[in-house]
Design a protein around this ligand. Structure first.
Ligand code: SF4
Length: 386
């Protein structure tokens, strides 16, 4: 019997080091690997290797992404022996739910997961009258280090696998279903920079888009970047018609360098040029996200600079009053300043929406729940609530 888990561990092993260079060090834990890490063709290939027909893979796929089965035992159209075999070889998900917090009268659910190697990641489900959106994390931590963001505080630990991202989406789909709703949208705006984990992010899109499974339209998936310009060009070449959101937060290098450090590598002019090529290539508009911070980037002159930068672009601006992070010195502007900023953009002909973040009382801004859980864990381990 082929052990898939061991196969993946071996595939990720480090190259051998000459004995003379060997120094004692902690063994790197194997990257957790589960059924959600496989695309349908990969699952078909694995089953074929066991002498099983391809239709078994489609059956499993239906259980995973249509029935949202969390357990092999629920896959009652499969022979008992195959279910037992699969359960012994490969977990469905490698994420364990640590805690679920609810806000906004139950319309916002924030889930803290523990990965198979003990890391913490967050996912937020937001229920609106016309849609149900999940905000997915793509990394443990983040290397970008935006000045106002809890996730960036500790740097990057590791990329999440496609399966770990898919598991977050399926978990949110189950939460939505328990409330009589259907998950309709995915935004890659949780912890991490999706373009620093590009291949796994695209694999996640392929898995969720597959018509034999969840069949989520690519237009319902939004990938957000802090401004990794070369990957904007790469995304323009993908077959998926996903939406692109760029976290701009400032209209010029002087301000953006301090807020979004990746701007020193891909300055505003380089970023905007990539966005223009993206629009030319795809015909799709770009969303610019603008986290509004009191006294930092909310001045009327800054709004006018932003309007000048975006004039004539096929775009939409989401002004997002900041969710303050308790350990960072940035504040949300007052309501009048928020409206004034948005009105200046609208007055200049830039389509603009003010979007308030959900779940202020549950630390819903990206990375906040994880950061708090890690601080608490120094005193006591987090409670497992299932
Ligand atoms: S805002 Fe996004 S890109 Fe910036 S540090 Fe946080 S997770 Fe990373």
């Amino acid at each position: 019997m082929v052990n898939w888990f061991v196969m993946e561990s071996v595939a990720q092993a480090q190259p051998e080091t000459p004995a003379i260079l060997l120094t004692p060090r902690r063994p790197r834990p194997a990257r957790p690997f589960g059924l959600y890490d496989l695309t349908l063709p990969e699952l078909e290939g694995r089953l074929r290797g066991k002498g099983l027909p391809a239709y078994r893979a489609r059956q499993i796929w239906g259980w995973l992404y249509r029935q949202l089965a969390a357990d092999y035992a629920a896959m009652t159209t499969l022979p008992d022996a195959l279910r037992a075999d699969l359960a012994a070889e490969l977990p469905i998900s490698t994420l364990e739910t640590v805690r679920v917090l609810s806000a906004d009268n139950g319309e916002t659910l924030k889930t803290l997961f523990r990965t198979g190697d003990g890391e913490l990641v967050e996912t937020v489900l937001m229920l609106y009258p016309d849609r149900a959106t999940v905000c997915v994390s793509c990394q443990v931590g983040c290397a970008v280090g935006c000045a106002f963001c809890a996730t960036g505080l500790g740097g990057l630990t590791r990329n999440l696998s496609a399966g770990e991202m898919v598991a977050q989406v399926v978990g949110a789909a189950r939460q939505a279903r328990e409330r009589g709703r259907v998950l309709t949208n995915i935004v890659m705006m949780g912890m991490g920079e999706p373009f620093h984990n590009y291949a796994a992010t695209m694999k996640m899109v392929a898995t969720l888009h597959d018509p034999a499974g969840m069949n989520l339209g690519a237009r319902r998936i939004t990938i957000s970047t802090s401004g990794v310009a070369p990957k904007i060009d790469a995304l323009a070449e993908e077959p998926w018609q996903v939406n692109l959101a760029v976290s701009l937060h400032a209209p010029n290098d002087a301000l953006r360098d301090g807020l979004v450090p990746i701007n020193r590598r891909y300055p505003v002019e380089t970023l905007m040029a990539a966005c223009r090529r993206y629009v030319e290539r795809t015909g799709r508009r770009v969303s610019f996200e603008y986290a509004l911070m009191a006294g930092i980037n909310d001045a009327e002159a800054t709004a006018r600079d932003l309007a000048a930068l975006l004039r004539g672009e096929l775009c939409h601006v989401n002004v997002i009053p900041l969710n303050p992070v308790d350990v960072l010195p940035y504040e949300r502007p007052d309501a009048a300043a928020i409206q004034r900023f948005a009105e200046i953009l609208r007055g200049a002909g830039i389509p603009t929406t003010v979007r308030y973040s959900r779940g202020l009382e549950i630390d819903a801004a990206c990375g906040q729940l994880r950061a708090k859980a890690e601080r608490l864990a120094e005193a006591a381990p987090p409670t497992v609530t299932g």
